[in-house]
Design a protein around this ligand. Structure first.
Ligand code: GLC
Length: 434
């Protein structure tokens, strides 16, 4: 059994930690200008200028079953969809706003179709819900709000009442937790302090944290309506998961006070932005993508890999290609990911490799990121190997107490690899431990 004990939390995270790999989906009006989901803020776009996107929103190629099939093929076991992002536009049919998808030319409740299709594929269902809302008339203006740049921002802010906005969130979270059956994850985004060093900061602006969102009540609603649900920490109240974004952790994060291991899920993008960004040319390579997944699980974490669908409602060809890389690799290597975690400390990681180990402790996986010339030595495995093989084709790969290389040099505790790297992006050695 794995000796790593995670800090206890209110929700049921066991399935999440087992499944390791999920799909994040950022979809909203921002897919139309197609240059970042923060575009309203970045370019200080006023309500009237943003309205054409709402008026013309019609993702006619949207097919939730296709999204679900692609997630499943990529080896993903769960998904988290933006039911509402910072722009305030709701992808679900909410009673509490007119700023919703059912009022656009598209006219359908996309969240409902997402839930049904992903559930039908056996994937777990997550809802992202933005605490920030740039459309709601009661949301107090702060330095992260597009209106912060307006001349009359302070005047406009006077009529805004955070309490009313907090009530709106409770109403919407109640809808999301009541109208779509079992929901496995609620993913809030995010809390912050005012930033005096920020160019748009004014002394009257305030940040927003748990007391402003009334996070406790939001969480209580979700827990009552969806027992066992997993909630992230971004309401500013610790819950189940810790969710860093766009960084590669190589250490298992610990609680700052107690040092306990945290349940964590890193979210990553294919190209940098979360929403569809047509002209972004910083797409990660297949190696980078697969390596991110391996390094994350090797440090006891989950990977939530984002797709930003186009405004037609389908996946961009670059996203499809990236998902295809995951699909190819996972098809033959998922055993080193599902139900696996950081290897026990007794196993020393060979140079250029990353290790994972099955939760029951019986199998060790050596991911060869940097393929060596034939000999892969691992002294910490001495006397512990019952059988070993390449994972992708189950071809035997014995572990020798000692073996000679081509020049007759003897190496101890070593695998002898084929000189040519097998035709798999990152080969994995599967070791059945004694
Ligand atoms: C940030 C961004 C946001 C994105 C999120 C994903 O908080 O504001 O656009 O949805 O990260 O983690």
């Amino acid at each position: 059994m794995s000796s790593y004990k995670r800090r206890p939390s209110p929700g049921n995270t066991d399935w999440l930690v087992h499944d390791r790999f999920g799909m994040f989906i950022h979809f909203g009006l921002y897919a139309m200008p197609a240059r970042h989901e923060w575009i309203r803020y970045d370019e200080v776009i006023q309500d009237a200028e943003y309205q054409p996107y709402f008026d013309h929103f019609n993702p006619d190629l949207f097919d939730a079953r296709e999204w679900a099939a692609k997630a499943k093929a990529a080896g993903m076991k769960y998904a988290v969809l933006t039911t509402k992002h910072h722009e305030g536009f709701c992808l679900f049919d909410s009673k509490y706003t007119e700023y919703k998808i059912t009022n656009t030319p598209f006219g359908r409740d996309l969240v409902k179709e997402y839930v049904e299709a992903f559930r039908a594929e056996g994937l777990k269902i997550g809802f992202y819900y933005s605490l920030i809302d740039w459309n709601h008339p009661q949301f107090p203006i702060d330095d992260l709000h597009p209106m912060a740049a307006y001349e009359d921002a302070e005047e406009r802010n006077k009529s805004r009442d955070m309490k009313k906005y907090a009530q709106y969130m409770r109403d919407q979270v109640t809808e999301l937790m009541s109208n779509y059956g079992k929901i496995d994850i609620l993913w809030f985004d995010f809390s912050y302090d005012a930033m005096p060093e920020h160019p748009r900061y004014k002394p009257w602006m305030k940040g927003k944290r748990a007391a402003d969102w009334e996070s406790e009540k939001l969480i209580a609603i979700a827990r009552e309506l969806q027992p066992g649900i997993i909630i992230n920490n971004r309401t500013d109240i610790e819950q189940d998961t810790w969710t860093p974004e766009q960084i590669q952790r190589e250490q298992w994060p610990t609680h700052p006070e107690t040092g306990e291991l945290l349940t964590w899920e890193v979210c990553q993008t294919f190209s940098g932005s979360w929403g569809y960004y047509r002209d972004e040319h910083t797409w990660k390579s297949p190696e980078q993508l697969i390596t991110m997944l391996i390094k994350t699980v090797a440090s006891g974490g989950n990977l939530l890999m984002n797709v930003g669908p186009t405004a037609r409602g389908n996946f961009d060809y670059r996203a499809d290609a990236a998902l295809e890389e995951f699909a190819k690799w996972m098809k033959v290597n998922s055993r080193s990911i599902y139900g696996c975690t950081k290897a026990e400390p007794e196993f020393e990681t060979p140079l250029g490799c990353r290790l994972t180990q099955s939760e029951d402790g019986k199998r060790l996986y050596i991911h060869i990121l940097d393929y060596p010339l034939q000999m892969l030595t691992m002294p910490s495995l001495a006397g512990k190997v019952a059988y070993s093989q390449f994972l992708h084709d189950a071809s035997e790969l014995p572990f020798y107490d000692s073996a000679a290389n081509r020049c007759g040099e003897v190496m101890n505790d070593t695998f002898v690899l084929p000189a040519l790297k097998p035709n798999v992006l990152v080969p994995v050695i599967e070791v059945f431990l004694k």
